[in-house]
Design a protein around this ligand. Structure first.
Ligand code: FE2
Ligand code: FE2
Length: 236
């Protein structure tokens, strides 16, 4: 039987952001439990903040009465198939966290851990790009050809930057040089992910919804993103 917890956001202590309060409970929730939140404010922003903090693993439903909004939240079991957009956003988050970890190690002078982190990042990003080129680019070719072309060009640019970083990683250049190039790659990737999420995610979702074999494609996307099943160790 599912157990429920209740959170009324009218009674959150002053100065505590509502999403922080809800996150503290969600963080401890297991897959058989539900958090029922009552919010006096429209909850779109709150849900987006919680999804980000919980790495897009939340299932939510919202109902409105005259006085506010009732939000039911459940944490998705890792074995459940995530919808496409959540799967991709989650992998973007994984990539971003790998950057932060690798750069943190390098800046702290932990060269071995930093180099290992960079190698993991290279592997994950290459897998992500290859999957998007082979499985998702064809979905956007008809309805969003310009955005698809832009994505493919940006992927080439990211791969060139990755090749340069791999060269530096294997050379005798110091961590400072690696750190600089990683910073540039992080900026490129950040812009790329934002463009992809705003220009292509809606189109991919629309086209995928019309495909009879959508579950098969989703499963393949998920399989190709090895990062989903093997999150970086020591994630923050
Ligand atoms: Fe991409
Ligand atoms: Fe992507």
């Amino acid at each position: 039987m599912e157990h429920s917890y209740y959170l009324d956001l009218r009674f959150v202590p002053p100065g505590v952001p509502p999403h922080s309060h809800a996150y503290a409970i969600l963080h401890e929730l297991n897959h058989h439990e539900i958090l029922k939140i009552w919010s006096p404010d429209e909850p779109t922003l709150l849900i987006a903040q919680l999804q980000h903090q919980m790495r897009h693993t939340l299932l939510t439903s919202v109902t409105q009465d005259g006085n506010g909004w009732a939000i039911e939240v459940r944490v998705r079991d890792d074995q459940e198939l995530l919808p496409l957009v959540q799967t991709l956003r989650r992998d973007h988050d994984h990539l971003d966290r790998r950057f932060v970890q690798a750069m943190r190690h390098l800046q702290a002078g932990q060269l071995a851990e930093g180099l290992l982190g960079v190698a993991e990042l290279e592997r994950s990003l290459r897998a992500h790009i290859a999957m998007e080129n082979e499985l998702l680019a064809p979905l956007g070719m008809q309805g969003a050809p310009q955005a698809t072309d832009l994505m493919l060009r940006e992927h080439e640019d990211l791969l060139m930057q990755l090749a340069l970083i791999a060269e530096i990683r294997d050379s005798s250049a110091g961590p400072r040089e690696l750190d600089t190039w990683l910073g540039l790659l992080a900026a490129s990737l950040n812009k790329h992910e934002s463009r992809e999420e705003s220009l292509l995610f809606p189109e991919w979702t629309r086209v995928l919804a019309c495909k009879p074999d959508q579950r098969k494609l989703l499963a393949e996307v998920r399989d190709r993103l090895g990062a989903l099943s093997t999150p970086a160790s020591g994630t923050t």
